[in-house]
Design a protein around this ligand. Structure first.
Ligand SMILES: [Zn+2]
Length: 328
């Protein structure tokens, strides 16, 4: 028979366990931010902006319009070639990438409006020796105006098809979750894709990965890039910022998307991380570095699988830090 004192000591342990309080939310947030900061080092610092506290409501109204106008007004960087088959024709704020295949071009994102589509995308392509009439597909990574703004114009002019996720087509056809008078109306629904679908054009296969978070239908893309005789594989993350306000399930989904893509990165040997905003992946600095590269030198866009994984972990930690802030 167990001595009653033994029950008492078990009870004491249980009570003291209950009395020691769990780590406070603020402590957890700080731990996540510290982990993200450590993972970032110098190289991935631009992603740490995600760990800064975000407002509980999505910004809207005239101040947002004004902010977007200011972002659009920034002097654009020169267009550039990142790989033998990948070109940057974006603005200072938003990226547009051209993937060249043996059967035409795939444009990834279409910037804010017709004007940018004309000057930066068509104009940039001309400077790089690419013909906009060869655009076959325009992939809209997510349903915000800075990515679809010039899509209708380019599709109409060059006979290209527009691709987006089922979820974001539905959002663009209904109530826009992020609207601004600065942006034109979204494109008419065209090709809708789901997680795991592939776009095959000539010698190139691009795979679509649904990574809900930034929008519910954000598409992240995986495709091969070439550097002379060397072949690499890129992940283009389709939507980065947490600008949707206090939405704990969505922050949770964002984290799940980063974890899902971490598995894809390992399975498919993804060694290049790209963004659709040049500020997150230092596109402009890397393009400049590429021009100065010595023969046989390291390619500035090729960070290796480890760096791609760290980028995803930073985004994941920051999404959970933000979740924990709202949960507090
Ligand atoms: Zn967006």
């Amino acid at each position: 028979m167990t001595h009653p004192l033994r029950y008492l000591s078990v009870l004491t342990v249980l009570l003291s366990a209950c009395a020691s309080s769990p780590p406070s939310s603020e402590t957890m947030v700080q731990a996540r931010v510290a982990r993200a900061t450590q993972l970032a080092g110098d190289e991935l610092k631009p992603l740490l902006g995600l760990c800064r506290p975000q407002p509980a409501t999505r910004a809207s109204g005239p101040s947002v319009d004004e902010g977007i106008r200011r972002l659009i007004a920034q002097a654009p960087p020169a267009p550039g070639q990142a790989f033998d088959n990948l070109y940057f024709v974006g603005s200072a704020w938003v990226s547009a990438w051209v993937l060249k295949t043996s059967q035409g071009l795939i444009l990834i994102d279409a910037l804010n409006n017709d004007e940018e589509a004309k000057t930066l995308i068509e104009g940039g392509m001309a400077k790089l020796g690419l013909d906009p009439r060869d655009i076959r597909y325009i992939v809209v990574t997510h349903g915000h105006g800075d990515h679809y703004g010039g899509a209708s114009y380019l599709a109409r002019r060059h006979g290209a098809r527009i691709v987006a996720s089922e979820e974001d087509w539905a959002m663009m056809a209904g109530t826009l979750e992020f609207a601004s008078t600065v942006w034109p109306a979204p494109p008419q629904r065209d090709i809708a894709v789901r997680d795991g679908d592939k776009l095959v054009l000539g010698d190139t296969t691009l795979s679509y990965h649904l990574t809900p978070g930034h929008t519910l239908g954000t598409l992240s893309l995986v495709f091969d890039v070439r550097d002379g005789t060397r072949q690499h594989r890129a992940l283009l993350w389709g939507g980065t910022a947490f600008n949707f306000g206090k939405d704990v399930p969505r922050l949770q989904a964002y984290h799940a998307s980063t974890e899902k893509m971490r598995r894809v990165v390992v399975e498919r040997n993804v060694d290049v991380m790209l963004s659709n905003h040049p500020g997150y992946d230092s596109t402009v600095a890397k393009l400049a570095e590429l021009k100065r590269r010595a023969v046989g030198g390291a390619h500035p866009f090729v960070g290796g699988i480890g760096a791609v994984d760290r980028s995803l972990r930073i985004m994941g930690e920051c999404s959970l830090a933000q979740r924990d802030r709202f949960g507090a």
